[in-house]
Structure formats: C-alpha cells, structure tokens
Ligand binder design. Structure first.
Ligand SMILES: [Zn+2]
Ligand SMILES: [Zn+2]
Length: 279
C-alpha cells in the first residue's frame, strides 16, 4: 500500500515539475540546467545514504518503541492528530536548530544551496543527516508509544507536502498563510536576504513560527535571493554535500583544543543577523 502511495506521489511530482519548468521558461525566468543536474546528483546520493541510514535508525526506533510500556492507538483520529501536531512541533525545533547549530547546519545547508527555487530543489537534501543526528529529535514519538511505522508515515506526508512549496511561481494564499507553510512562506525561508534569514521553519504548519516569533511574510518590495549567503560555487553533488563539513572541520581543527572545537561545532553558522532574537 505504502509503495503505491510513493509511486502516486512521484508521478504527480514529476508532472508538476515539468509544468513548472514550462511555466518558468514561458515567463522568462529560465532554468539552470547544470544546477538541475547537480540537484539530481544530490537527490540520488541522499536517497542512497538516507536509505541505508534509515535501516539502522528504524531499528533504534523499534527498540525504543518496544522498551516503552506506552501504546498509542492507530485506529483513533485523535491519536493521529496528536502525533501530527507533536511531529510538527519537533520538526520546527529540529529545523530551527539545523539553522542555528553548525554541526546540524553542515547537513542541512545542502538543502539551501540551490540558487533557483524549483520543485526538484526540494530533493536537494543532505547526505549526512544521520551523522548530524537529526533523527534524534523525533525519538520522543516512539518513546510515547507511537509505532515507528506511524512516525514514518507522518514524516512522508510532511516531506511530500513540502515538495510543493519549492517554487517561485505560486502567489500568497490568503488566509491559508496563517496556518500552513506555503510556497510564499517557504520562499522567505530559502532566501539569504538579511531580513529574511532564519525565518519560517515550519513543515506543514506555520503556527509554531508565529508562536515562537520566527515568522516573516514575503514582501513585494524585498524580492527573495535564493541560496546560501556564501554560495558553494559548484554543481558537483559531492562538493555540495560536503562543502559545509569542510568549512566546519577546518574551523574545528583550528580552534586549538577539543573544548573549543566542540564550541565551534555547537556555535551559530556565520554572523547572527542584526535585530534577531534567539532563545
Ligand atoms: Zn532550512
Ligand atoms: Zn525547503
């Protein structure tokens, strides 16, 4: 059944990606082909590495779920609603810290390396999330008694929903902007403009950004500039996947001792933008 959904999604995703490419060309935005090939390479690598890591991570999730006496029913809409909300909350913090802590940013920066925001860029995901430990954030869910397969289903829904957010074309969506992460909100997230940095971390919902003060709306007078503040300057998938690790490990070795090295790894990537308040 789940394989069927995945195929369905891939078909719809491909159709939308082709439509977007056509619309982009028609509107004169163009399409950077070598960047698209770079994205394809990064996507292939992440499917391989995250797929392999997923086997080990799945085993840890199963072990945690087996160890807890708690059990959440999977035939109750309330249980699924609670799982979804909790997942979104954890996702918000996982994503926010992925921008605020270099050890996590080394993996997540890959997703922000695209300088054109197109649907396929959604698949430009890091190869090393398992090493950064991004999966640790969601361990409370099996620990609270949700079966790992249910957690995986909510994660798949979150990622598939977010695929459709990676586009420069859709307008703002009115009242939906209050509750949901939308293409407009996610364009701001992918922008390196100073006033847009470190904003809109939500997955499916945007409510936690509103709650924790990280929401920013897209403003017509401030067009989005996509990509990293310091671009990778390459479309080679291996370079894209390890660019930030190279910088981080270099800074850690130069830190002059293990304690300072750990401080570098847990520090903020780059200079904090002015006027931003962090917890
Ligand atoms: Zn991000
Ligand atoms: Zn994104």
């Amino acid at each position: 059944m789940r394989g069927e959904y995945a195929l369905w999604f891939l078909g719809v995703a491909l159709a939308f990606a082709v439509l977007e490419a056509w619309l982009r060309r028609r509107s004169g935005r163009g399409y950077d082909r070598s960047a698209a090939l770079g994205t394809l390479g990064v996507a292939g690598g992440q499917i391989l590495f995250n797929g392999l890591a997923g086997i080990g991570i799945g085993a840890v999730y199963m072990a945690v779920w087996s160890a807890t006496p708690l059990r959440q029913p999977l035939d109750s809409a309330w249980s699924w609603a609670a799982l979804f909300l909790l997942f979104e909350f954890l996702y918000y913090w996982q994503h926010r810290l992925s921008h605020e802590v270099r050890w996590l940013w080394a993996s997540h920066s890959v997703h922000h390396s695209a300088e054109e925001l197109t649907l396929p860029a959604a698949f430009r995901l890091g190869w090393t999330g398992s090493i950064s430990g991004l999966w640790l954030f969601f361990l409370p869910l099996p620990a609270l008694g949700w079966h790992p397969a249910a957690v995986a289903a909510v994660l798949a829904f979150n990622l598939r929903f977010q695929f459709f957010l990676h586009s420069e074309l859709p307008p703002r969506l009115g009242p939906l902007e209050w509750i949901f992460n939308t293409p407009s909100a996610h364009r701001v997230h992918h922008s390196s403009n100073a006033s847009y940095l470190d904003r809109n971390y939500g997955g499916v919902l945007i409510v936690f950004d509103r709650l924790f003060g990280t929401y920013a709306r897209e403003r017509p007078e401030e067009p989005c500039r996509y990509g990293l503040t310091e671009p990778v300057g390459s479309n080679n998938p291996v370079r894209i996947a390890f660019h930030e690790w190279g910088r981080l490990l270099g800074d850690m070795t130069r830190a002059g001792g293990p304690v300072s090295a750990v401080r570098v790894a847990l520090g903020y990537p780059g200079k904090r933008p002015e006027g931003h308040h962090h917890v």
